[in-house]
Design a binder for this molecule. Structure first.
Ligand code: BMA
Length: 293
């Protein structure tokens, strides 16, 4: 295991004082800007309808949260919740894009929203409609005038392009489950792809026949992200601590947020769909692990 837990305990737990986050806080986006770590996290109260809360930290570990959620279910797409935020900063456009899953009795819909301040969000458009597709996340740069996003046409991780974040095209499969491995059943993207000298570093989740969710990693070509350069055989971390092994859903480590700062990779994750943990590693070690095993 390449990732080391920051501590044996979660860095953020449910807050019984607020009904909307009293039961579970888990999968979170984290972006680092101007010396602050901004976190948008999925939260559930007793009715298990998810909203998205906000917290901020100067050290990436001790977070202060807002009392009110920043995104709550709004329309017919979202009656059962807004889930699993992944936030990408588009430096050229000076705006943040949140990819989140809208959930309703109609099913799941991968959606995009935008913000300039990380607190007020405006919905843009679904990525696809009426399919078993979520775990989508935007790349921080365009390629030949088009946006790129990873997404999860079940059970795979795919890539698609868009001129405007509304219409998506050139869908292709990048990463599939591997028979006999820890990620044999289904795979899905984690936080935003990280630009490195070796390629786009992507962290993903996969699960096996026993429904144990672990994190893995792969590298995409910087110039042509349709090319997978390498994929690590081993996982980066697996459920081990009591709060990762049992909670709302047992045996889950699920990440939707990663940051690189001063050569260190910060991976934020939901443990057993109940609390938020942090694990880190050196960027060089992770790249070496993907490229050379
Ligand atoms: C996935 C998503 C995640 C969740 C995971 C494990 O399908 O719904 O939000 O963390 O399952 O339960």
């Amino acid at each position: 295991m390449i990732l080391t837990r920051y501590s044996e305990t979660p860095i953020l737990e449910p807050n019984p004082a607020n009904a909307w986050e009293a039961l579970n806080v888990f999968n979170c986006a984290v972006v680092h800007t101007d010396g602050l770590f901004h976190m948008a996290y999925r939260a559930q109260g007793a009715n298990r309808v998810s909203s998205i809360g906000y917290a901020v930290s100067s050290d990436g570990v001790r977070f202060n949260r807002l009392q009110q959620p920043i995104l709550v279910p709004q329309d017919e797409w979202e009656t059962c919740g807004v889930e699993d935020p992944r936030i990408t900063y588009l430096a050229e456009e000076q705006r943040y894009i949140m990819a989140y899953t809208a959930y309703s009795t109609r099913g799941i819909t991968p959606f995009f929203a935008e913000s300039q301040n990380l607190i007020t969000w405006k919905r843009i458009s679904p990525m696809v409609v009426g399919e078993d597709d979520k775990d989508h996340v935007l790349f921080p740069r365009k390629k030949q005038g088009r946006y790129l996003a990873l997404h999860r046409p079940a059970p795979n991780i795919g890539l698609a392009f868009s001129p405007d974040l509304k219409e998506w095209q050139d869908f292709q499969i990048l990463i599939a489950p591997r028979p006999g491995c820890w990620d044999c059943k289904r795979v899905g993207a984690g936080g935003p792809p990280l630009e490195t000298e070796q390629g786009w570093l992507c962290i993903y989740h996969g699960y096996d026949e026993k429904n144990v969710y672990r994190l893995g990693s792969f590298l995409l070509d910087l110039e042509d992200p349709t090319k997978v350069i390498a994929r690590a055989n081993g996982f980066l971390i697996e459920p081990q601590e009591p709060w990762e092994v049992s909670g709302e859903v047992p045996n889950v480590i699920f990440s939707t947020g990663n940051v690189v700062l001063n050569g260190k990779v910060y991976v934020y994750y939901g443990g057993a769909d109940r609390a938020i943990g942090l694990a880190t590693c050196s960027l060089d070690e992770l790249l070496d692990f993907i490229l050379h095993g």
